[in-house]
Design a protein around this ligand. Structure first.
Ligand SMILES: [Zn+2]
Length: 131
C-alpha cells in the first residue's frame, strides 16, 4: 500500500482504533480534520468512522466594509446569528452547520482514500487476529 503523505498523517494506532489528521487545502489549522476508524464495541460487524473538526460559525452578514454603519450592522447580524445557533443547541440539542474541508489535488484525494482503506484494513486485520 502507498505511504500516506499529502496532507494526511497517522496520529496513533491501537488494536481496535486508528486515527489520522487531514490538513485542509486552504492550510487553515482550524479546518484540520481528525479521522478515527474504530471497531464498534457492541456490534462486531460494524466499523465506526468518526470525523472531528472545529465548526466555525459562518460570517453570514459580511458586506463591503464601506461605512461605519455597515460595519456595526454586520457585527450585530453576526451576533444575532450566533445567538440563534446557541439557542438551537440549548433548546433542541442540535443545530445545523457545515464545515468546509478542501482536498485540492488529486494526490490529496488519493491519500485521503488510502488512509481510510489502511485504517479499515488494520482494524479488520486486528479483529481477525483476535479470533
Ligand atoms: Zn480550509
Amino acid at each position: 500500500m502507498k505511504k500516506i503523505s499529502n496532507g494526511i498523517m497517522k496520529l496513533y494506532e491501537y488494536e481496535e482504533c486508528i486515527c489520522y489528521r487531514a490538513s485542509c487545502g486552504c492550510t487553515h489549522p482550524k479546518h484540520d480534520l481528525s479521522i478515527t476508524i474504530e471497531q464498534n464495541e457492541e456490534l462486531s460487524d460494524v466499523i465506526n468512522i468518526i470525523f472531528y473538526t472545529d465548526v466555525i460559525v459562518q460570517e453570514s452578514y459580511i458586506s463591503h466594509k464601506d461605512s461605519i454603519t455597515r460595519i456595526i450592522s454586520d457585527w450585530f447580524g453576526n451576533i444575532k446569528f450566533r445567538i440563534k445557533k446557541a439557542l438551537e443547541i440549548l433548546f433542541k440539542g442540535y443545530t445545523g452547520m457545515s464545515a468546509e474541508f478542501i482536498l485540492d489535488e488529486e494526490e490529496n484525494i488519493k491519500d485521503f482514500i488510502n488512509a481510510l482503506n489502511e485504517g479499515l484494513a488494520n482494524i479488520k486485520n486486528n479483529k481477525n487476529k483476535k479470533r
